[in-house]
Design a protein around this ligand. Structure first.
Ligand code: M6P
Ligand code: ZN
Length: 187
């Protein structure tokens, strides 16, 4: 019997780009990130069409038990003293987790629980990040090249951005030529 072998989609580990038909692409620009960076004057000075990060995703079946696979490519840069970062989110379905794997570049994964307690994990090539349920997550690029991470998460997870309207409890800035995490007053 001749059993056909399916060619699955591929991901290039050196840059996180997918080889597949019908890849979903979404770019987030500076102008989309209203209220995300603490230095509003520096944010306003940046052209609103400045690309901050791009997400590539494979097509997935939807529904309970199905998974999304995507890569996030976060550009290097700063708004004032604050490093470029993703918006960050809780999952709408709070109990659902996610896995991030570092592919290229260096940065931090900011994790925060529902009590507002934040922690940082170092992201680098090959780092594996298990994001538990009920944990908000944001990537921060502290390096000088693009930070690319592979992510796998349940299609039912959804994004809850509103729960973080107050922002995260930590900001990562360049101060005195050093990468520093600062606690934010009032979230
Ligand atoms: C990863 C996943 C996606 C997420 C994207 C960008 O690829 O976690 O679910 O949408 O990063 O992050 P955000 O939605 O916070 O902008
Ligand atoms: Zn997520």
């Amino acid at each position: 019997m001749n059993i056909p072998v399916i060619m699955p989609p591929g991901v290039a580990f050196q840059n996180g780009h997918f080889t597949a038909e019908n890849i979903i692409n979404k770019t987030t620009h500076s102008g989309d990130l209203v209220g995300v960076f603490h230095d509003e004057a520096a944010w306003l000075a940046l052209p609103a069409n400045t690309p901050i990060y791009q997400v590539e995703m494979l097509q997935s079946a939807q529904g309970e038990g199905e998974l999304f696979v995507g890569t996030t490519h976060l550009n290097p840069g700063r708004v004032g003293d604050e490093f470029y970062m993703t918006r960050g989110h809780f999952h709408q379905r709070r109990e659902q987790g996610e896995v991030y794997i570092g592919l290229r570049g260096t940065g931090l994964l900011l994790l925060q629980d529902e009590q507002g307690k934040a922690r940082l994990e170092q992201v680098s090539t090959g780092s594996v990040h298990i994001i538990p349920g009920a944990t908000a997550h944001r990537l921060i690029n502290t390096g000088s090249e693009v930070l690319s991470t592979l992510a796998v998460w349940p299609t039912i997870a959804g994004h809850d951005y509103a729960a973080l309207a107050q922002g995260f409890a930590l900001r990562v800035v360049l101060q005195d030529d050093k990468i520093q995490a600062k606690e934010v007053q009032n979230g």
